[in-house]
Write a protein that binds this ligand. Structure first.
Ligand code: 0X9
Ligand code: ZN
Length: 766
């Protein structure tokens, strides 16, 4: 279900090719009919020279000995093969992918197609007309060929220059069309959801946004009318070559590693820093707006989140702050459609690149301010590269909007709050929950008496409790867990005030969001710990995976990709895994290969739609030569296996057991007497290592259960419960009630005391 909106599953182009960025010479004004992308391995300098003499475009960032990806015409492919090079097909026909990008689907939604520069400008102007209260046209400057760098300024009421500024743009590189398309999508979302979506409303009101879809309009136009894969701007270098790489033309580290002084290079840095009107205009804009606190330069492709520096392997002095916000942005991205953007400094995460935009925006120390400046490489990971199908515009925009909103929030947080105590999956009425939070100074200092805990159990207004300081910025509170007959949930958030009066919350956007924990006692209907076969079966029509990788129920032998232990607590040792390795065996020796393998649960009966199904799953697909190209499909049926509905597509490489819990009705499957689950692990991408595991399958629910004195749950309140209540009364007064003692906390306060004892005796006496 997570990928229903055109995510990685909707995409079916062969995925044997690792992501890399197009470099090398561009094919001028060419038709690409019959062109293919193939992999070729060159073993030495001599073979490399021969390859270069045959093909015109090598796509890799760093051209050298090894496996390279090349764009070839049918004739060049013949020539390659005649010269003795072995080739592996990546993209069989480049032309339809390109053609698909050029189709403007009239009538469909605006964001389901790529658009020309003129169409983009018309849309921006329309936004300014439609949302005059919060949006105005903003010119960021003029290009070499006199085109407007046109975007919007967006903010709610009040003096925008007094609010933290957030500036992002796409289109610094001409052929990277998903940048402008996603930026336009995000612009649209900020405008259309203002006034209805509370987070967007708050961030539009409290930030001044500057959004520029196309930073290099001359180059962008050229990719539509002449050369689809043009990267640079359109500077006439005066020697027969055209174009400066704008992302090598900024002053910070200009001229260093990963840039070129040769005018025909794709990474030609220009004659001097800011020699180009497009980069110079951006410089002037940033200098003129001294409220700017955050900046993103959107590129593609590779799915990366990158921060300074690009010209040196040294970490920038603010690396911890980049790591803090960057890692959380990547989490927000993954939460949308499961795409895991890799993050880190430019130099070590992608490659050395000097004179790039975010290095300057961060490093020039403009107006003596810290600016959180990053580059994001959007989808995909190289399957279609620059020729990303237009169906991926909306999901790419969605996942990046989540990251942009988080960034806009995080750069000016006064404090940050994290929970250091773990929150149990459910609570019993009458127990006491202890919550400990750490308050981390950011723009303000922590004050020791200004952290509050807000909670409710009835969906009404929140009750405030002061949290007490434990020292070291730790704060704690004991919360009495009340009645489960209200919403059946304890809902809470934490709020802290800093030394300058700013506030911060947990969870991040509190009080717009809060934590919800079910109250009641877990009842379980069915449990398979996989210590026995118990009716589970392996094999389905069409299963083709080689025998060594087929589902098997064992005490697993760990590899880099497979668990060493099952999930169930001891004495459990067994679980289902895809192929059992041998101690010290190679990681790829018994993974899934050559197709799929299927595991079925037995048929079971579900009385109604209130029950939860949960299972522990293991999935690894980030090892091997084609990482992250496969997934595990988990489905459910309520007619014994005739019709299946997707529960989840698992692509997450947690390198750990992950428990997934869901209600069948939430994936569209009502309860029946014929429930069944199916787990399909497959290896469709050659070279990819796939290992999956399943353990601890449970059908359960949390039921409201008020304190009733029945500590041993034998449905009788009698002498056998008495010894427990005595122990429960020994704790310190007024602080905490354990889940075991919650059976006796009849008055739902923070203590099992004499009042509760008398109540117990009343019930016991009857
Ligand atoms: O090489 C680049 O400019 C970027 N990659 S791309 O394939 N889109 O061209 C990486 C840019 C990293 N950021 C900076 N150097 N600022
Ligand atoms: Zn780029």
């Amino acid at each position: 279900m997570r990928f229903a909106n055109g995510g990685s599953r909707a995409f079916t182009i062969v995925v044997v090719c690792a992501g890399c960025l197009f470099f090398g010479s561009t094919i001028q004004g060419k038709q690409y009919d019959g062109y293919k992308i193939v992999q070729v391995t060159v073993n030495n300098q001599d073979e490399l020279s021969r390859l270069e003499s045959i093909v015109e475009t090598i796509m890799n960032c760093h051209i050298g000995v090894g496996t390279l990806e090349v764009v070839v015409s049918p004739e060049q492919l013949d020539a390659l093969q005649n010269a003795g090079f072995a080739t592996v097909a990546c993209v069989d026909d480049v032309a339809p992918l390109m053609a698909k990008q050029m189709v403007v689907q009239r009538g469909a939604s605006f964001h389901d197609a790529y658009h020309t520069l003129a169409e983009i400008h018309t849309q921006i102007q329309q936004f300014a007309i439609d949302y005059p209260a919060i949006a105005q046209l903003q010119s960021f400057g003029t290009s070499l060929d006199d085109r407007d760098l046109l975007g919007l300024r967006i903010t709610g009421p009040g003096d925008g220059s007094q609010k933290p500024g957030v500036f992002f743009h796409g289109g610094q590189h001409a052929r990277e069309w998903i940048g402008p398309a996603s930026v336009l999508y995000m612009m649209d979302q900020l405008l259309t959801n203002y006034g209805t979506d509370p987070l967007i409303t708050r961030l539009v009101d409290e930030r001044e946004w500057f959004i520029l879809p196309v930073m290099n309009p001359d180059g962008y136009e050229f990719t539509w009318v002449d050369t689809r894969l043009w990267r640079k701007n359109r500077r006439n270098n005066g020697d027969g070559t055209f174009g400066v790489d704008l992302n090598r033309n900024w002053a910070q580290g200009w001229g260093g590693e990963g840039s070129d002084s040769a005018t025909n290079s794709e990474i030609y840095r220009g004659p001097s820093p800011f020699s180009e009107p497009e980069s110079a205009a951006m410089r002037d804009f940033v200098w003129a707006h001294d409220n700017i606190a955050a900046y993103i330069d959107f590129h593609n492709y590779s799915e990366l989140l990158l921060w300074p520096w690009g010209n040196t392997n040294a970490l920038n002095p603010d690396n911890p702050e980049f790591q803090f916000i960057g890692s959380r942005m990547a989490e927000r991205i993954a939460d949308e459609h499961g795409h895991q953007y890799v993050y880190g400094p430019i130099y070590s995460t992608i490659y050395p690149a000097s004179g790039g935009s975010c290095d300057w925006v961060y490093g020039a120390n403009i107006n003596d301010r810290f600016i959180f400046a990053i580059a994001i490489e959007l989808r995909d990971e190289g399957q279609a590269g620059f020729l990303l199908p237009p169906e991926q515009i909306v999901p790419t925009g969605e996942e990046n909007l989540a990251a942009v909103l988080y960034m806009a929030h995080a750069v000016s947080e006064p404090l940050r709050i994290e929970l250091v105590s773990s929150i149990p999956p459910s609570l019993a009425s009458g127990e006491t929950l202890t919550v400990t939070a750490q308050v981390i100074p950011h723009l303000e200092q922590v004050v020791t008496n200004d952290v509050s805990f807000y909670y409710r159990d009835d969906g009404g207004s929140f009750t405030e409790l002061a949290m007490s300081s434990l020292g070291a910025n730790l704060f704690s509170v004991n919360v009495p867990v009340q009645d489960c007959s209200g919403t059946g949930k304890l809902e809470f958030y934490v709020e802290a005030t800093g030394n300058l009066g700013g506030t911060a919350g947990y969870p991040t956007y509190a009080p717009l969001e809060f934590v919800a924990v079910p109250i009641g006692r877990a009842q379980s209907l069915l449990k398979y710990d996989m210590e026995t076969t118990a009716g589970w079966t392996v094999g389905d029509v069409g299963d083709t995976a080689s025998a060594v990788g087929v589902w098997v129920r064992v005490d697993p032998v760990g590899t880099l990709a497979q668990p060493e232990n099952d999930y169930s607590p001891p004495p459990g040792i067994r679980c289902w895994v895809t192929g059992q390795g041998t101690v010290g065996g190679a990681i790829g020796a018994s993974d899934v290969d050559n197709g799929k393998t299927t595991l079925f649960s037995p048929v079971f009966s579900l009385p109604d739609d209130t029950w939860d199904i949960s299972y522990a799953r293991w999935y690894s697909n980030d090892q091997g030569s084609a990482p992250n190209a496969d997934q595990m499909d988990i489905s459910i049926s309520n007619d014994g296996g005739a019709v299946w509905e997707v529960v989840e597509f698992v692509a997450e490489n947690a390198n750990a057991w992950v428990v997934h819990q869901f209600k069948p009705i939430d994936v569209g499957v009502p309860a029946s007497a014929q429930m069944k689950l199916r787990f399909v692990a497959s290896d469709l991408a050659s070279g990819s290592i796939v290992e999956a595991g399943i353990d601890e399958f449970v059908v359960s629910k949390t039921e409201c259960n008020l304190p009733d004195g029945d500590a041993n749950e034998d449905d009788l309140v009698n002498l056998s419960d008495v010894t427990t209540i005595a122990a429960c009364m020994n704790g310190p007064a007024g602080t905490s009630v354990s889940s075991q003692c919650a059976y006796f906390n009849f008055d739902l306060d923070r203590d099992v005391d004499m009042d509760d004892y008398l109540e117990f005796m009343t019930r016991f006496g009857s």
